[in-house]
Design a protein around this ligand. Structure first.
Ligand code: ADP
Ligand code: MG
Length: 270
């Protein structure tokens, strides 16, 4: 017997290292008219490194970030270690996706939060606050994945519309990465529900939206979109669960190929 087209496409996607969860998911991937992508950990490697920040500010931030799974947190904890700082771990840790983290260090409330207002030169900026007062800013940089520019061009060609970038990072950082990968419509400073609202706005225009992302901050947008692809083995559990497909390799190379497969399979069954 020959395999039904959508199942054959699932097998084929698997050979590209992409797990498509069902025939329905494959069909939805084949129907999209525009693609929205996340920046950090999706277009970029999601392994930022610290490029600026004072020891004292860094030590405070690291005390809180030891409890966080965000890539920014890993960069801060690593940098503190490299400088020989030995911060005590904070108590009463709390994380707010897309915003930052907070905890109690030596009786003071220390928060590390997005600083969209800072002059960042396209870097990720986080402000460190003690009892609500800003004591410094840390700047971080992340590398664009080598496969991102080709994936953006490929998605544009396959879907027939230019991809848009939806980022929780500051607008300058969003535009910098967008320019590097060939995206003209880049929006930054978005909270998780803002990303979802941007997807809703596209759907109201009659678009069928594919959202491609990796973080827990992307889950609402992915749930709102017509289709979702989670990127990378290190993608957040919630986002992997919400997605229609999961890229098991740590790059975007296969994404346009899988959307093309989905479109061909869909034409054979619809
Ligand atoms: P993106 O949409 O680019 O993947 P996120 O929504 O994960 O970014 O995060 C948006 C911004 O929120 C980050 O650029 C950072 O400024 C801030 N942020 C999120 N989590 C943390 C954290 N653990 N520590 C410091 N800042 C954080
Ligand atoms: Mg991300």
């Amino acid at each position: 017997a020959t395999m039904p087209p959508l199942l054959a496409a699932i097998a084929n996607a698997g050979r590209h290292g992409v797990l498509v969860k069902s025939a329905v998911a494959m069909e939805q991937l084949g129907a999209v008219t525009v693609v929205a992508v996340d920046k950090t950990g999706t277009l970029t490697e999601g392994r930022p490194h610290l490029v600026a920040g004072d020891d004292e500010v860094l030590a405070l931030a690291a005390a809180v970030e030891v409890w966080s799974e965000h890539p920014v947190a890993a960069a801060i904890v690593t940098a503190a270690g490299e400088r020989g700082l030995r911060p005590a771990a904070a108590r009463e840790f709390r994380a707010t996706p897309g915003v930052g983290v907070t905890g109690v260090v030596g009786g003071r409330r220390v928060s590390v939060v997005a600083a969209p207002d800072s002059a960042t030169g396209g870097r990720t900026a986080v402000a460190v606050e003690v009892d609500g007062t800003r004591v410094g800013v840390l700047l971080l940089a992340d590398r664009v994945r080598p496969s991102s520019a080709a994936a953006v061009a490929g998605l544009h060609a396959v879907v027939g519309a230019p991809p848009v970038l939806l980022s929780g990072d500051n607008p300058e950082a969003a535009r910098r990465v967008a320019a590097e990968v060939g995206i003209h419509d880049a929006r930054g400073g978005l909270l998780p529900h803002d990303k979802a609202d941007a997807v809703t706005a596209l759907r109201r225009e009659g678009q069928r939206v594919l959202f491609v992302g990796d973080g827990v901050n992307d889950a609402p947008a992915m749930a709102t979109a017509d289709a979702g692809i989670a990127v990378g083995r290190r993608g957040s559990d919630l986002t992997v669960e919400t997605a229609d497909a999961v890229v098991l390799r740590d790059d975007l190379e296969a994404v346009p190929a899988v959307v093309a497969l989905a479109r061909r399979a869909r034409r054979l069954v619809v």
